[in-house]
Design a protein around this ligand. Sequence first.
Ligand SMILES: NC(=O)c1ccc[n+]([C@@H]2O[C@H](COP(=O)([O-])OP(=O)(O)OC[C@H]3O[C@@H](n4cnc5c(N)ncnc54)[C@H](OP(=O)(O)O)[C@@H]3O)[C@@H](O)[C@H]2O)c1
Length: 280
Amino acid sequence: MTDAALPTIKLNNSNSIPQIGLGLWQMDNEKECRTAVEAAINAGYRHFDSAQAYGNERFLGDGLQDAYQQNPGLEREDIFITTKLRNENQYFDGVIPSFDESLDNLQMDYVDLFLVHFPVTELRRPAWHKMQEIATSGRTKDIGVSNYTIKHLEELLNECDIKPAVNQVELHVFLQQPELRQYCDDNGIIVEAYSPLAHGNGLEEPALVEIGSKYGKSSAQIMIKWCAQTNMVVLPKSITKERIESNIDIFDFELNEEDLAKIASLEKDFRTCWDPTNVN
Ligand SMILES: NC(=O)c1ccc[n+]([C@@H]2O[C@H](COP(=O)([O-])OP(=O)(O)OC[C@H]3O[C@@H](n4cnc5c(N)ncnc54)[C@H](OP(=O)(O)O)[C@@H]3O)[C@@H](O)[C@H]2O)c1
């Protein structure tokens, strides 16, 4: 296990979130998921991004139980856990029972961050009241949203008692979303970059390969570094030990102005996942 602590970012209620987390989407194979969690803990990850919809909260919980046994001194408080409210559970009376089930699967009495997974029309506003109730009970340290556009955030900020701590959205060098990032920044909401490797697309982009070669880094590391250097939380997913290790090994260099300008020019509004733009 590495001793170097991962950089953290302060959330708006002053809790801290490790800047890199292992993404767990498409890890619904138990062995794969538990092996990835073990490799991540050994590489120094302390942040895991799960969701009710990923079907792996139980595997993550089991993987962490193994990790506590294998690493004396490692405790629940050292780990940052995110899970997300499944769309089908966003109806008013469904929120709290589904959260209880998540805690049961994870074998925890609290999570660090609980997110509304997607801004489902007509369900997201009442669901937020229940999210706030869970936050007030202390069973999640923070609440936040995912896949929210500026329009959805404006609606929420106009009527919430507890502001979202984060907005987790697709964000990478080919989908840079500057207006959304600025809006979140202005309102004290941390942006979490999901699919930071564009789901594995575009890693052969010559500009990224060239920038990487200057620093002895891969194009994947440059993509992750760009998110981290622009103050986002980054959630790369991998089931491969070597990739899990290299995806976190990005804190020993800085991109310079010229690199950042080259990366800015890679924007092409390229989405690999859900597009919430036209969701009312
Ligand atoms: N809130 C949401 O709606 C939402 C939506 C999508 C994603 N997310 C979150 O964001 C996380 C990451 O997104 P993602 O899974 O779409 O994709 P990603 O992290 O952008 O890319 C993952 C893909 O890249 C490969 N990969 C990982 N590291 C690599 C490296 N160093 N070199 C080459 N290839 C590499 C992985 O392969 P291997 O696994 O085979 O190594 C996998 O195929 C998810 O797991 C989830 O936690 C959230």
